[in-house]
Design a protein around this ligand. Structure first.
Ligand code: GLC
Length: 633
């Protein structure tokens, strides 16, 4: 396999840019070919050659400032793993009204310490219900009420100028049934029929269904929808109006390679690979996490490495612990697939430890993860725009004497507020009667007990709930990785029960935790004594302390220590220059730990308070107290 010659492809470009492109091509050509071979064994070389042309065409269009950004990222390839990175996820309309409006809120983001902004889907969705924008009708246009493609480019530039990297979703498993490709397929155009999985009768769909799990069992049962016009059963994993793309077809790959680079050329710095686990279908399997998914990701990322290496990929694979590690690369894909991935297990384990007041399962589950490639980063988070699914592994549960199904049931009951003494106020999302699964919607503040405490007017209870929220965020911010703050959590926003007033949202209670940003309440973040001030200043303090701790650089692995006292979570991070031991009391009662459980000297200080409280005696912790002990090496 000879590396294609780029002369001719980049005629007229500055000679040093041609040389840079050619250098990257030589570096990445083998990864491109092997990635493609993993998914398209018969077409790999011809596809690689076509993709180099696509890469070159887009490189020609890459603006000078972004070519410079590419070089800056080469000089600092782990930029997204610095401990000073903080992500923020929000909806354009709910946060700033429009893209321009978001641009006017950069001071707010800057004050919080945000360096990475994920704007929820904003490319033109189908009208009406669109799964929060995850049913895209036109990837080259912006949702009309949010602005234009020029506004998007301007916002990316503004954010970049303020040290904030823009992240957008790449919805690549499916398109809206109204997308031009689907329209052409319905019209009988064979080229576009091949972009989808269409079946003349139920034979194959029935055969697939035997091993397919349900994603939206309540509202969209089954994974296939009959379309009269197409005269076919269409693969629709999510909703009937989200048509799964046929990634077995190289043409689909070309479309997305070109789209990825087009978005990168607008100044998008990270793409969230939505529902990536579902991309490749195989009979007799759950059609998730297939090996080809990783091969495709490698090939797609390689195209970006060649033409726009400032772009990084983030995998949205909300899968069980055993399937998660490959999204950051294991074996031959090590360091070659997504740069980041949501640490879904960590999120679940935080909620689980708080409900159970016990950290043993957390310890077993998190320590089972293999070390990730050093070039990759977990996205840690407490809440996001989606529901929480109780991804507790049965073997992990059994290893600490729990029954997996019973614990999942307990968590669903607890967070739905059905369990005795639970002060969580979640809503059950998509109950699956067959498996008993119940996912949960709700904001962090409502799930953690702030809503219930406010309702009682009991100040002491509210104080405990606020501490609990700050503890949960301390785990997320102190675990290492790029933490993602979900809009409103910094102010303790509660569930928005009026979500069902919008008929397009009424049957999807995830909207309960997608409130409008109340800017008047945000003002109270500076007003002492208010709830907003307590939550905001607590989170802001954690973020600021974190940014100065080398132990929190993302390549360092966290080891969860046997806490001896199960009510306390003890996390150890050993960086070359600093050791950090984070200690968290996950209960509302005082706790203590034998001194030997905290493996640092008595000169170690608590970075959160700047005290040096360690003595030879046991360590005492107040309810929901967190200590970040650090010691220079
Ligand atoms: C992802 C999104 C979720 C959406 C689904 C289908 O999981 O986070 O909101 O429903 O993909 O696009």
């Amino acid at each position: 396999m000879t590396v294609p010659d780029v002369r001719g492809l980049l005629d007229g470009e500055p000679p040093h840019d041609q040389a840079v492109f050619a250098t990257r091509l030589r570096r990445y050509w083998p990864d491109l070919v092997t990635g493609l071979t993993g998914a398209y064994p018969e077409h790999a070389v011809e596809m690689a050659e076509r993709l180099v042309e696509i890469a070159a065409e887009n490189f020609r269009r890459r603006p000078t400032d972004l070519r410079l950004l590419d070089l800056q990222r080469h000089a600092d390839p782990q930029w997204f793993g610095h401990q000073s990175m903080l992500g923020y996820a929000t909806y354009t309309d709910l946060f700033g009204g429009t893209l321009r409006g978001v641009g006017e809120k950069v001071d707010y983001l800057g004050e919080l310490g945000v360096t990475y902004l994920h704007l929820m889907p904003l490319l033109r969705p189908r009208p009406g219900q669109s799964d929060g924008g995850y049913a895209v009708m036109d990837y080259r246009a912006v949702r009309e009420d949010l602005g234009t493609v020029d506004d998007l480019r301007d916002l990316a530039t503004t954010l970049r100028g303020r040290g904030i990297s823009l992240t957008l979703d790449l919805v690549l498993n499916h398109v809206a049934a109204e997308h031009a490709w689907a329209v052409a397929a319905r019209g009988g155009d064979q080229r576009y029929r091949d972009y989808f999985h269409l079946f003349a009768d139920r034979t194959l769909p029935d055969a697939y269904e035997r091993s397919l799990p349900e994603v939206f069992p309540d509202t969209a049962p089954g994974s296939f929808t009959y379309d009269e016009e197409a005269a076919a059963w269409v693969w629709t994993t999510f909703n009937a109006w989200q048509w799964d793309l046929n990634w077995h077809n190289p043409e689909v790959f070309y479309e997305f390679a070109d789209l990825v680079l087009w978005l990168a050329n607008l100044g998008v710095e990270c793409l969230r690979l939505d529902a990536i686990a579902f991309l490749y279908k195989r009979m007799g399997t759950a059609c998730q996490n297939q090996p080809e998914v990783h091969a495709i990701t490698q090939a797609l990322r390689t195209v970006a490495r060649i033409a726009a290496p400032a772009l990084v990929f983030k995998a949205e694979a909300i899968v069980g612990p055993a399937d998660l590690a490959p999204y950051l690369g294991v074996g031959k894909h090590t360091g070659k697939v997504s740069d980041m991935a949501y640490q879904n297990s960590l999120m679940v384990q935080v909620w689980s430890a708080l409900a159970a007041k016990d950290t043993r399962l957390f310890c077993a589950a998190m320590n089972r993860f293999p070390a990730k490639p050093v070039t990759t980063v977990w996205n840690t988070y407490l809440r996001c725009h989606d529901d929480i699914g109780w991804a507790i592994d049965d073997a992990d549960a059994a290893s600490v004497g729990l029954d997996g199904a019973a614990h999942r049931r307990f968590l669903a009951d607890f967070y739905a507020g059905l369990y005795p003494m639970s002060d969580a106020r979640g809503l059950v999302f998509q109950e699956n009667l067959e498996t008993g699964d119940r996912r949960i919607s709700g904001t962090a503040a409502s799930l953690i007990g702030i809503e219930a405490a406010l309702a009682t007017g009991d100040e002491a209870r509210l104080e405990v709930a606020v501490r609990k929220l700050l503890l949960a965020y301390a785990v997320v911010l102190g675990y290492g990785g790029l933490p993602l703050l979900y809009m409103g959590d910094e102010l303790g926003l509660l569930n928005a029960y009026d979500f069902d007033a919008d008929p397009d949202h009424a049957d999807d209670n995830r909207w309960v935790h997608r409130p409008q940003m109340p800017w008047d309440r945000a003002e109270r973040r500076h007003q002492e004594g208010t709830l907003e001030h307590r939550v905001y200043s607590g989170i802001r303090h954690l973020v600021a302390v974190r940014a100065a701790l080398p132990a929190l650089e993302a390549s360092v692995e966290t080891e969860v220590l046997d806490p001896v006292n199960p009510a306390v979570l003890v996390c150890l991070r050993r960086a070359p220059t600093q050791t950090m031991v984070a200690v968290h009391n996950v209960t509302a009662e005082p706790q203590s730990l034998p001194r030997w459980v905290v493996p640092v000297g008595s000169w170690a200080w608590d970075a959160l308070t700047e005290e040096t409280p360690l003595t030879d005696g046991p360590l005492h912790l107040r309810p929901y107290e967190v200590r970040w002990f650090v010691q220079e090496v």
